[in-house]
Design a protein around this ligand. Structure first.
Ligand SMILES: [Cu+2]
Length: 149
């Protein structure tokens, strides 16, 4: 066995031992500030998958809310409605975007209002990448883009 072949074997071993979490990046996680008395809040981000295999966001949780659901907006006879879904598919070498009016994390029964400038910790559980943590920066009430940071 020559050296070049040995190096090839070692480098492919290294590739396989790369933790799957390194393949998933959470970009610009943010949430909307809430109106007084609101029980829910929306969270948004771009989930980028640098890996060669697709992954799936299975669930999310946060100490700031009783639960965090994965929601999408669907057009039901001309009326936009939110619906909970069991996961978001993140394609290989691709991305899945959560944004106002589209897919979003729904913080349900928030413990206190989300105030602009705060950060909300969230744990995201992926089928392959496992658990990742992200800090959602709270932007304006009704804002449509991530806050500047
Ligand atoms: Cu929702």
């Amino acid at each position: 066995m020559n050296i070049a072949r040995l190096i090839l074997i070692f480098s492919s071993l290294c590739l396989f031992s790369l933790p799957a979490a390194a393949q998933i990046a959470i970009e610009k996680p943010w949430a909307r500030a809430t109106a007084p008395g609101a029980r829910v809040a929306g969270g948004y981000m771009v989930i980028r998958n640098q890996g060669a295999a697709g992954d799936r966001l299975l669930s999310a949780s946060s100490p700031a809310a009783a639960k965090v659901e994965l929601h999408v907006h669907v057009n039901d006879n001309g009326v936009m409605k939110m619906r909970e879904v069991p996961g978001y598919e993140v394609p290989a070498k691709g991305a899945f975007e959560l944004k106002p009016g589209g897919a979003h994390l729904m913080f349900v029964d928030i413990k206190r209002p989300f105030k602009e400038g705060e950060k909300v910790p969230v744990k995201l559980k992926f089928e392959k990448a496992g658990e990742l943590s992200a800090e959602f920066h709270v932007g304006r009430l009704g804002g449509s883009a991530p806050p500047k940071r």
